[in-house]
Design a protein around this ligand. Structure first.
Ligand code: FES
Length: 106
């Protein structure tokens, strides 16, 4: 089963099982993972689902679309080269993904 490990800005981490086809944001919300606000519910209009993807896992993800790229400039914490919006990352079979949530989303 796919697994996502969420680490917060203090280093606390939690690994949850995920369902293929769900987004990483949906996985976080369903499991009560703190640090993902997801104000817009995944419609790519809030940037409060910002995560930093582990560098080693980044290459396995599809490239982001232009709209995600633009929205990341509105994130509460400055984006980095590993930033993604977790509502735009789809869980796939066998995925093991490590992401870190920013100190704040708003
Ligand atoms: S949940 Fe709003 S942009 Fe991802």
């Amino acid at each position: 089963m796919p697994q996502i490990t969420f680490t917060d800005h203090t280093g606390d981490h939690r690994t949850v099982e995920a369902n293929a086809g769900d987004s990483v944001m949906e996985t976080a919300v369903r499991n009560g993972v703190p640090g993902i606000v997801a104000e817009c519910g995944g419609s790519l209009s809030c940037a409060t689902c910002h995560v930093f993807v582990d560098q080693a896992d980044l290459a396995a993800l599809p490239d982001m679309e232009e709209m995600e790229d633009e929205m990341l400039y509105g994130a509460a914490v400055d984006r980095t080269d590993t930033s993604r919006l977790s509502c735009q990352i789809t869980v796939t079979d066998g995925m093991t993904l490590r992401v870190t949530t920013p100190e704040t989303q708003v």
